[in-house]
Design a protein around this ligand. Structure first.
Ligand SMILES: *Cc1c(COP(=O)(O)O)cnc(C)c1O
Length: 379
């Protein structure tokens, strides 16, 4: 619950992170992980890299999935052990690879043969051996928004299945990389377990192909993507981790000694966060009534970027409901949080919560229109 009293004099907009929801979520995750031998979760920190949030996640024992050198550095600053960091990314710069090598991260998820040879070279210069997984594009679709599917042949990510054997043989022939497994990630905000089942089936097929050639896959990393209930954050504050991990347990039986890695982001942090904003003006248009709030797409871009919808609540009015378009102050027509929202009658100064904003919210904020970046409070 949002403690309105504590924040009544605080400047808006800001992110409020509910520590209890975060901790309950982490506890649910750890409860499920402990049911499965060989399962590891690397929190996908691109969802939310707030240092206070990262520290809570570190204390819960999770690792990190980083997608840039900046994220590797932030993870180290937050106290994550390098041995629990995995690093994916379609365009890793030399300094980013060097940072990962110096820190001694667990694994580079390699997305092309050219990248492989650069990692081999950079590791050789440091007389190190880099552990690598190949990110394979499994050509598995996900029932989610087109901008957040990543596992189709047309997407830029990963190495094509056809090229997998050649990539592995190349790596095995190099002296400064060690091939330790395969990586996949099919997309985000996935709520249909059938999508993950399809990935499992594809992985089994690929593993069998490799086994026939005597290639062992010690680690499988199935990425993240588990979605959250944006419509009902109070009813479903914690994603169904049991169903998620059980789907993998049933679909992907592990071989002797094999380790299974997950990279959940949104499901870990999405429901703990709200963007808190105040109503600046209520404007009567001729066809619409607008609640103009002080948060905009620069603070929370998901609605403008992928037509996402966050549940909207008026925290300070209990009057009869009216219909509003809830819009931000930014000079873009896409700066809209909700159309035809039923909200208790709004007045200037009312506090509004945009719920389920813990993932891909604060971290995507920008300064468009020379705005200040939103602050965040974890409590
Ligand atoms: C974004 C991303 C994730 C996390 O996705 P979520 O939908 O937030 O769980 C995991 N792995 C990789 C490689 C990613 O790019």
């Amino acid at each position: 619950m949002f403690p309105i009293e504590k924040f009544k004099d605080i400047e808006t907009p800001f992110y409020f992170y509910d520590k209890k929801v975060l901790c309950d979520t982490l506890q649910a995750i750890n409860g499920e992980l402990s049911q499965h031998e060989g399962y590891h979760l690397h929190y996908a920190m691109k969802a939310n890299a707030n240092i206070d949030v990262l520290r809570v996640i570190r204390d819960a024992g999770l690792g990190v999935d980083a997608v840039s050198g900046g994220e590797i550095q932030r993870a180290l600053d937050a106290g994550f052990e390098a041995s629990k960091i995995v690093y994916a990314g379609v365009g890793k710069a030399d300094w980013e690879i060097n940072l990962g090598l110096d820190a001694g991260i667990f694994c580079f998820n390699v997305e092309s043969l050219e990248e492989l040879s650069i990692i081999n070279e950079l590791a050789a210069a440091k007389q190190k051996v880099a552990r690598i997984c190949f990110r394979i594009n499994p050509n598995v679709g996900a029932h989610t928004h087109a901008h957040i599917t990543t596992g189709l042949a047309e997407n830029k990510f990963g190495i094509a299945m056809e090229d997998m054997e050649q990539a592995i043989k190349t790596a095995v022939g190099m002296s400064n990389v060690e091939f330790i497994g395969l990586h996949f990630h099919i997309g985000s905000q996935i709520l249909e377990m059938g999508d993950f089942e399809a990935l499992c089936a594809r992985i089994i097929e690929l593993q069998d192909r490799l086994a026939a050639q005597g290639i062992e896959v010690k680690n499988l990393n199935v990425g993240g993507g588990l979605g959250i209930d944006y419509d009902n954050p109070d009813k479903n504050p914690i994603p169904d981790f049991k169903k998620y991990f059980d789907t993998y347990a049933a679909g992907l039986p592990l071989r002797q000694g094999q380790q299974l890695h997950f990279e959940l982001g949104r499901a870990v942090v999405g429901q703990m966060g709200s963007l808190i904003t105040r109503v600046l003006y209520v404007k009567q248009g001729h066809v619409k009534q607008f609640a103009i709030v002080d948060a905009g797409m620069s603070d929370l871009i998901r609605p403008a970027l992928y037509g996402a919808h966050h549940a909207i609540q008026n925290l300070t009015s209990a009057e009869a409901e009216e219909k509003y378009d809830v819009v931000g102050p930014i000079c873009e027509s896409s700066d809209v949080f909700g159309k035809d929202e039923m909200l208790p009658r709004c007045h200037r100064g009312d506090m509004i919560a945009l719920r389920s904003a813990g993932a891909y919210g604060e971290i995507m904020a920008c300064q468009y229109n020379c705005r200040k970046l939103p602050k965040a409070y974890l409590m």
